[in-house]
Design a protein around this ligand. Structure first.
Ligand SMILES: Cc1ncc(COP(=O)(O)O)c(C=O)c1O
Length: 349
């Protein structure tokens, strides 16, 4: 029988027979098997064997941590991979479109274009908030996914919960809430809401607050049917064994991660205060993340002056409604002090 969410799946993928490693079939037999099935090098090292394709141990720990079932979790090589997989899984090339809310995270558009999917852009309003009514008006029957990063990148603010809920309730496609910066935010996660909303997908990452950008680990949470479909089309070993081990260790260090997030937020306040005193900074936007977006008089000039002083920030000016903006990540205390000193020196000239 067809389920209610079958309608989201790409027709040609519904009957796809996934690749299966022979080993998976014997994984739970409790007997140590001799592994001669996958042409690996038999000499033991940290990574001579292929990783667990379903990441059972890690998912079990994440399920406890996030209060979901293991079959509601999809793990990926960073959120970037998950974004790409979501578009590939649900959007028909040449026919479907995704909705983005510029200024927004750039990978949604890049991924869509890689997969031959159109991007329907619905700008945020002048306060960088979502106009939910406009989103619903601009979407059509081929709008398969809307990507909502909250807190938003590059602006840093969280979106109004009411607008997000209105979209979840009324959008005809899938709603992806990208919570890459959730560790720094005052707003609650939407993970709990996946239980009641079959069209809701929540992405989180180990790259930001969890401090593991180099390991590449993204987490996607949704109802088990959507996740089963995602698993069916993924590369068999998309998450390497070193990352799986590192993440298991990181899960034991959540007190440290909370302390680090607190320090980062305190530093963000300190930077914000200092930036407000600098004459060529016109606006310091409100942030709910570990970075600040600022509007300056001349972003190219100020960007180059920072570079000349050995500091790299992001020139965000190419984003819609972000003319003359720079995005500054909160660094270590001494790095932030140097940033403030350099900006003050430039200001005095
Ligand atoms: C909103 C948002 N989503 C996703 C990502 C990518 O995360 P990952 O490093 O897990 O691929 C970023 C990275 O900057 C981001 O800002």
């Amino acid at each position: 029988m067809k389920s209610k969410i079958d309608r989201f799946f790409r027709k040609n993928l519904i009957d796809l027979i996934p690749y299966r490693s022979a080993r998976e079939e014997y994984a739970n037999q409790g007997v140590k098997m001799i592994l001669l099935d996958a042409n690996e090098n038999p000499f033991t090292s940290s990574s001579n064997r292929y990783p667990d394709p379903m990441q059972t141990k890690l998912k079990n720990r994440i399920a406890n941590w996030k209060n979901v079932n293991e079959n509601q979790i999809y793990l990926s090589n960073g959120s970037d991979e998950s974004i790409s997989q979501l578009i590939m899984a649900f959007c028909e090339p040449g026919i479907d479109n995704i909705i983005t809310l510029p200024p927004t995270f750039g990978m949604y558009k890049v991924s869509a274009h890689v997969h031959g999917i159109k991007v329907n852009e619905v700008p945020l309003d002048s306060s960088f908030q979502i106009d939910a009514q406009l989103v619903l008006e601009k979407s059509n029957k081929n709008s398969k996914i809307i990507f909502i990063p909250t807190p938003n990148n590059p602006t840093g603010n969280s979106f109004n919960l009411k607008s997000i809920i209105k979209i979840i309730k009324n959008f005809s496609g899938l709603v992806v809430i990208d919570e890459a910066y959730i560790e720094f935010s005052n707003s609650p996660s939407f993970i709990d809401s996946i239980k009641k909303n079959s069209n809701l997908i929540v992405c989180q990452t180990f790259s930001k607050g969890q401090g593991m950008a180099g390991a590449r680990l993204g987490m996607t949470f949704a109802n088990s049917e959507l996740i089963a479909y995602m698993n069916k089309i993924k590369a068999p070993y998309n998450l390497n064994s070193l990352t799986q081990s590192a993440a298991l260790l990181r899960l034991e260090e959540q007190n440290l991660i909370k302390k680090q997030a607190k320090i980062i937020l305190k530093e963000r306040k300190r930077i914000e205060k200092a930036l407000r005193k600098i004459s060529f900074i016109i606006t310091v936007y409100q942030s709910d993340a570990n970075f600040l977006l600022i509007k300056v008089d001349d972003s190219n000039l100020r960007y180059q002056q920072l570079i000349d002083n050995g500091i790299v920030v992001r020139n965000s000016s190419k984003n819609l409604n972000c003319e003359n903006t720079l995005r500054i990540t909160v660094g270590l205390s001494e790095e932030n002090t140097r940033l403030i000193d350099v900006l003050n020196n430039i200001d005095r000239k």
